[in-house]
Design a protein around this ligand. Sequence first.
Ligand code: NAI
Ligand code: MG
Length: 477
Amino acid sequence: MAHMIIGGKAVQAQSGKTLEVRSPVDGLTFETIPRGEAADIDLAVAAARQALNGAWGKMSALERGRLMLKMAQHVLDHAEELALLEAQDTGKPMTTARNDMVVLARYFEFYGSAADKIHGEVIPFLNGYQVNLLREPLGVTAHIIPWNYPAQMMGRSIGPALAMGNAVVVKPAEDACLSCLRIAELALEVGFPPGALNIVSGLGEEAGAALAKHPDINFISFTGSNEVGVLIQQAAALNAVKCVLELGGKSPHVVFSDANLELAASTVVRGIIQNTGQTCTAGSRLLVQSDFYEEFLSLVAEKFSKVRVGTPEMNLDCGPVVNLSQQQRVNKYIAQAQQDGLKILAQGQIDPNVPNGGYYVTPTLFGQVPAEHPLAHEEVFGPVLAAMPFVDEAHAIALANGTDYGLLAAVWTENGGRQQRVAKALKCGQVFVNSFGAGGGVELPFGGVKSSGHGREKGFMALEEMSTTKTVIHFHG
Ligand code: NAI
Ligand code: MG
């Protein structure tokens, strides 16, 4: 049975309650996790506060950084074990899970290396004054993690928080959190002081809600659905604490007729298939210039039809989706689109040898999707790609910006002026030119505009988000 880490100890929920963990591969229960609730969150927040007032709070930035670098190596030393947990829990191919652990280690490396390189400023002021701007931790930071990339998301969220000297409380997703629980244990092994990193597993509406509204937290970072994101922001508002929200997207590829077709087509397919489409940054809309729409779509369809779905051990293009409700959600979108007369241009295939009872879905490419159809603007969170033509640059920009989301976008063209113009006109947090990268790039500031959320993660900007400043105004005469 998996356990939580609170105040440096491996514990079960105080109530003794547990939750069953089902494998997406066959739908069978293979593990149990503690069902933490408000009482466990209280203990975790208190332990974090105590750590700030104790060994963790007293540690120098240099020592914190060294600990994090040690953690990066410890993660790599346990990468295979963590990858196996991640693959069992989420159903993703082992190759993907292994890569996720490399990214997790990279977060500890990047932020560990940065811990002693963030410094304050001296501000020129009136004669007779010395003004110092100190950079300080926020205090106890709360991190609510989704199930699509549990380990990576935990690294992304707690890396900058720990580097800045905050004490963290993590609430991983009930649907996949085995790697997160193990990561917290690994942190104890490398010597993080008790209470610096606490983790409470449990349901969103129980442990998650209790953490979000806890009066003694100083910050919340959340990645997940819009619906819950709004609840998080409300809870943060009631405590007047800052929150960073990352709420998914409907990210477009904008492909002009002068693009490198082969590179664009293979990148487009990978961008929606990765993690079975369960990626906030999935490239789920394909906008293509009308004069070569047919030619480009036939290339994309050819590649799309080669996509194979299987178990983690099969190491195909993608695995099952995470649970029954995601499977039903994806299948509903596909069925509704067909019912509405949308044309299927290509479908991938589920390997015939996958076990019964798993949550497999068929990757599907739809063509000529009208801009007003739900498939053109709602997040499916599955391997479903919606293609549509555009006439010119202005039309492309209008379509690309025509959803409530604004997370990522890609523009494909060899025309330098157009690359710049379109990148500037797109309303989102990251734009790729002749490339598309979901996930990695820990150095690159990341986050959304509009309904995709606010605040920035990754890169140095995350260190600013997870810290505050104090202006010390000293009159010396
Ligand atoms: P969710 O938003 O309910 O879950 C994400 C995290 O929030 C989990 O840790 C969950 O325990 C927690 N949570 C749930 N309710 C909470 C509450 N009331 N208070 C505090 N924490 C709470 O997402 P769900 O239901 O698993 O997936 C639904 C849809 O959300 C997906 O189909 C997808 O569209 C979107 N989603 C987006 C993600 C992204 O990466 N942007 C990740 C996961 C889901
Ligand atoms: Mg939910």
